[in-house]
Ligand binder design. Sequence first.
Ligand code: LMR
Length: 394
Amino acid sequence: MFETLTKAPGDKILALMGEYAADPRSTKIDLGVGVYKDEKGVTPVMSAVRKAEQRILENEKTKTYLGIAGNKGFGAAVLDLALADSVDRSRVRIAQAPGGTGSLWVLMQLINRAKPGATVWVSDPTWPNHNPIAENSGLKVEKYPYFDTETRGVKFPQMLAALDKLGKDDVVLLHGCCHNPTGANLTNEQWDQVAASLARTGALPFIDLAYLGFGDGLLEDAYGTRKVIASVPEALIAFSGSKNFGLYRERIGAAILIARDADQADVTNSQLLNIIRGAYSQPPDHGAEIIRTILEDKDLRAEWEAELNQMRGRMITLREKLAEAIRQRSNSKDFDFIAAHRGMFSLLGLPNDVVEHLKAANGVYMIGDSRINVAGIPEDRVGDLAEAMLSASK
Ligand code: LMR
């Protein structure tokens, strides 16, 4: 049977992880996959996570099933964290899912049940895995203008004009904060306009909220999501705990749906739960129980927030240091946008041959579209990196 298959394309982000691991050079620099690293280059287990895991180990009495929607305490805590009181909870349902990707997957399946073959509009560019998740769910993908390759900011008038043309059968995938791959984000005023556009056209907002707390703060980063859902009758959100809780391999996320009213929410949720049951039956619990334990406990939550703030501060400092190092060496402000971007990534706008040269000659690994993960910059190598980038771009 398998002779009918041809080789599937690899994922460029995960393929680069493998290439980096295989490179024997001790001077190599990993700016590839979106994983936070501390000053020692290590992706740490956060201290609040470790403490929560100890408590779970001591107190867990059973490993029996939790049900299709997963850990209820986790669901309630995530809604408080992400949505607060921006929407009447009787219209909201949440199902724990395996990672942000699993959440995107079950929600895309839900869209296809509601409107088979509907079009999902994604930002140009977007996280490369958005397209396959949508297409494998039976949906079509189109792009709306987003990144301005001249200013390295958002092409907002063009984006808004494109959104204004959509209708109620369209889905608009938005990055709630910390845009991946560009690092260029909407201002609060621009979010207000996006929310007003969606309310006007009736297009369905679908928010990918994978980096809450990695941009300007937990509250600041939730502004766009809360504004949009407060403005429209229906919305979807894919939440991830991979980055902000450092729980990457635990695969913890949540699929959130907001419907017109409680009855519609129940019906829509029954379809979501039916999709989950027919896919993986129920989600794994460990990551959810860690997040529930942290968010429900005052001290652990404070410890988690402090560490998250410190991680965010470190990424902002690295942005400033790299922009400054390039400015000093080139006498130009061409790379100042790195300091203005937020989140884990910046899209540098370098051609692919420059990216390849940096990898081959300097051992600097970034995604082929020139996306860098700023958390991967070793603090004592900022100067080397600035020099390599400038000499490769000449
Ligand atoms: C990334 O964009 O690097 C991360 O979200 C990891 C992934 O799964 O692609």
